[in-house]
Design a binder for this molecule. Structure first.
Ligand code: B16
Ligand code: MG
Length: 217
């Protein structure tokens, strides 16, 4: 049995929930009277909900009281949840089911390490909730990526050491968090944007059992 363990980010690695975050933030921006583009949405990937709102308000050049911000955070999440409610296993990104099955068959443990406070619900909707040995999400951490907290908690829950962990991430802050934790990283997405990753893959289709086999041996 390999000592290696894997930690998967959620949005951008297991599923593409960024499109739903975008819809909800875009509608909120519209209500506040400004445009929010898909390109600007890139800035919110891997970032916590609270921080995302701050970035959005900065784009719209709007200053609000904490009370008003809390109300908007709730409103955004309520709309986001209406999209999440409709998710099915069809939305699991290509290549992921085969890799999770491969890890299971080879007794290699894996955890989720996500900034989302809705991670449990999303995994349940796509039928993956019981696959992960541990789930560490936005409800468990006090410091956001690039702080290594989320991945260090995951390693602990997997009963392993950071040096044996391989993190799969689509956000720059996530790659940084992996390295800050002393872990190996695989970046999913634009290799220029994610050039800090130890291995770069353009998309999850390139994350094959063969590649995993090479990494663990
Ligand atoms: P929630 P990840 C992140 O997920 C998303 O990439 C980011 O856009 C979102 O703001 C964050 O989760 C918080 O999500 O509003 O559901 O708590 O990539 O860390 O899996
Ligand atoms: Mg992500």
């Amino acid at each position: 049995m390999s000592k290696k363990a894997f930690i998967f980010d959620l949005d951008g690695v297991i599923v593409d929930t960024a499109k739903y975050h975008f819809l909800a933030w875009k509608n909120l921006a519209g209500e506040l009277g400004f445009e929010f583009t898909e390109k600007q949405n890139e800035q919110l990937k891997g970032v916590s909900r609270v921080r995302s709102l701050d970035i959005l308000l900065k784009i719209g050049k709007i200053e609000l009281s904490q009370e008003e911000k809390d109300r908007l955070l709730l409103q955004k999440n309520e709309e986001y949840l209406t999209y999440i409610e409709k998710m099915t296993s069809d939305e699991i990104l290509p290549g992921i089911p085969a890799v999770l099955d491969f890890l299971e068959k080879n007794n290699i443990v894996f955890a989720l390490g996500s900034a989302s406070k809705n991670a449990g619900l999303i995994l349940e909707k796509v039928g993956l909730l019981n696959k992960f040995t541990a789930i560490v999400d936005g409800n468990d951490v006090s410091k956001a990526k690039p702080d290594p907290e989320v991945f260090l908690i995951a390693a602990k829950k997997l009963k392993t050491e950071p040096k044996y962990c391989i993190v799969i991430e689509d956000a720059v802050a996530g790659i940084e968090a992996a390295h800050n934790a002393g872990m190996f990283s695989i970046g999913i997405g634009d290799p220029v944007h994610l050039n800090a990753a130890d291995i770069n893959l353009r998309n999850t289709k390139e994350l094959t059992p063969d590649l995993i086999q090479k990494i663990i041996t």
